[in-house]
Design a protein around this ligand. Structure first.
Ligand code: ADP
Ligand code: MG
Length: 351
């Protein structure tokens, strides 16, 4: 009954705002029932959206008109602030580090330094399956957000690969500097920035006294509180090969859910799919999975685990997600089979 009259929310311009594919990763059910069952007459779901962090962002806040609008606007400001630190393009703080590759250490904003530290930690833990220095390769494929995607020649890839390597990055914590020692190196925080921003958003909403909200940054979602008392937020995990189908649903309360998939940003050539999650060792798109979805607690570094698992494949990806506290994953392999991490069967309800 609760889904009758519900709306299936599908951000049709998910992710790929500049490339060719406009696919989405997560379908989100927002029950209209919610509005009618909220007891305080003044409380309802306020939705607003913006294009930020290279994707479509929707913020849904439950509260009275004034507080909800104010909270949403603070969320957008926060995302903008993180974008100005982490964006691969424009005049972000990250772009300054990349522009100085091969020229020496760069004094870095302490928060950006913290994000880079986190990214390098995940790179170390995943033996480089997740690697924030994949920037030059992402650029080569045109997956870095500007321009058209294209299939580079193998020699271009081989020439570029020596610029990739998380262990080359030099960080001086005392001096507060980051150094990319080779000209042409570039950090790409596309697989950590949104997750980091979601955690900041959760803190901000809590401070603003908001108990119930959804923040969706291009399919990576913070579910704060419940949509109404006793009713958690329900999120659908999309079938990677059918944007109209849901593979599983997840009920969430104070959780973050992220997905890395091969259907978000891709192109096809001669019947082969080329997408934006790259194997840093080979320089080619990782091909073991179609998607990796991870649910976990607010405040943890969750987003990179989806990317890492995507590159690692079922066995190692599962192990990595299981090594994270209270994290649960659903991995869909290249044949379309579902694989759960330990305990995830009770989190993801298969459809
Ligand atoms: P999305 O950002 O579409 O949700 P991810 O979270 O997996 O997907 O991040 C993918 C982005 O991360 C790519 O667009 C690229 O910027 C970067 N990236 C691609 N491959 C890797 C990798 N192996 N390690 C770290 N970052 C990567
Ligand atoms: Mg992601």
């Amino acid at each position: 009954m609760h889904f009758q009259g519900s709306k299936t929310w599908r951000p049709s311009h998910k992710k790929d705002l500049s490339g060719s594919a406009k696919h989405l990763i997560i379908a989100l059910f927002v029950s209209l029932f919610l509005v009618s069952c909220l007891d305080k007459g003044s409380s309802q779901v306020h939705k607003s959206s913006r294009l930020l962090m290279g994707t479509f962002v929707e913020v849904s806040v439950v509260g009275n008109d004034q507080e909800a609008k104010k909270a949403a606007s603070e969320v957008f400001d926060e995302l903008k602030r993180i974008e100005m630190l982490t964006s691969f393009h424009g005049d972000s703080e990250l772009a300054k580090i990349n522009a100085n590759a091969g020229k020496g250490p760069v004094k870095t904003d302490p928060e950006l330094l913290k994000i880079i530290d986190e990214a390098l930690r995940v790179a170390r833990e995943t033996h480089g399956a997740f690697d924030p220095t994949v920037g030059p390769i992402a650029k080569l494929w045109g997956f870095s957000g500007e321009g058209e995607s294209r299939l580079p020649s193998d020699s271009e890839i081989q020439e570029t690969l020596p610029l990739v390597g998380w262990d080359k990055v030099k960080i001086d914590h005392e001096a507060g500097t980051v150094e990319l020692p080779q000209a042409g190196m570039a950090l790409d925080l596309g697989a950590i920035g949104k997750g980091y921003a979601l955690n900041g958003t959760a803190e901000l909403l809590a401070k603003a006294g908001i108990r119930s909200a959804l923040v969706n940054i291009g399919g990576d979602i913070l579910a704060l509180g419940e949509k109404s008392p006793g009713k958690p937020w329900v999120i659908g995990v999309e079938d990677p090969r059918n944007s109209r189908a849901i593979v599983a649903v997840v009920s969430l309360k104070d959780k973050i859910i992220i997905t890395s998939g091969d259907y978000e940003r891709f192109f096809e050539k001669d019947g082969k799919r080329y997408h934006h999650i790259l194997n840093p060792r080979t320089g080619y798109p990782a091909d073991k999975l179609r998607s990796a979805t991870v649910v976990g607690p607010v405040g943890s570094t969750l987003q990179p685990s989806g990317t890492a698992a995507f590159v690692l494949g079922v066995d190692q990806g599962r192990k990595y997600i299981e090594s994270l506290k209270d994290a649960y994953g659903l991995l869909i392999d290249s044949e379309g089979n579902n694989h759960f991490t330990a305990g995830a069967e009770s989190i993801f309800q298969l459809k």
